[in-house]
Design a binder for this molecule. Sequence first.
Ligand code: SF4
Length: 210
Amino acid sequence: MTYSVKECFYTLQGEGAHTGRGAVFLRFAGCNLWNGLEKDRQNAICKFCDTDFIGTDGENGGKFESAENLANHAFKIWQGQSGKPYIVCTGGEPLLQLDSDLIDALHNVGFEIAIESNGTIKAPEGIDHICISPKIGAELVQKSGQEIKLVYPQINGDPEQFAALNFENFFLQPLDDANYQQNLLKCIDYCKNFPKWRLSLQTHKIIGIA
Ligand code: SF4
């Protein structure tokens, strides 16, 4: 399989249960809920994306002909850091490309593997940390993992519909649009009323890192 990677870089995880942890971000090109073109955003299933996932022209991006090549490429970006190597596979939708060969190859070079997925594709076995961000209007297929991170509010997006799913952590994250402050207050209110849910902020945006 040829893997298409938009970009790959070392940073801090900005959101969710591993906020603040050093990680290689491996951003795959492409998503199944939006084609990434602004002209098509309003007709997409997912309309609030804040990420450029088109093409392979970003930092350390490219096409990789084998899982081993991509794993070695990602590990070079980690090298020099201490502690357990940690990689976050994101996108776009990483499960369009992340297969068992690549999971094995990433493990073989020493990575602990996390994904950030929209949950519309079943995750292969072996991923160490599954974070699902459901999109209302798209069928949720992956209903278990380490965290669910719901962007809130969404139309028809009552968090209660996800509260019984098999996740270890439940996060609400304010929708980052023109009404951000109101969205933040709604998240705060909800988490105070339903403390199973915790507030996740996009700290990378707050502190101004990628
Ligand atoms: S599912 Fe994720 S990557 Fe795809 S368009 Fe929505 S926010 Fe962007």
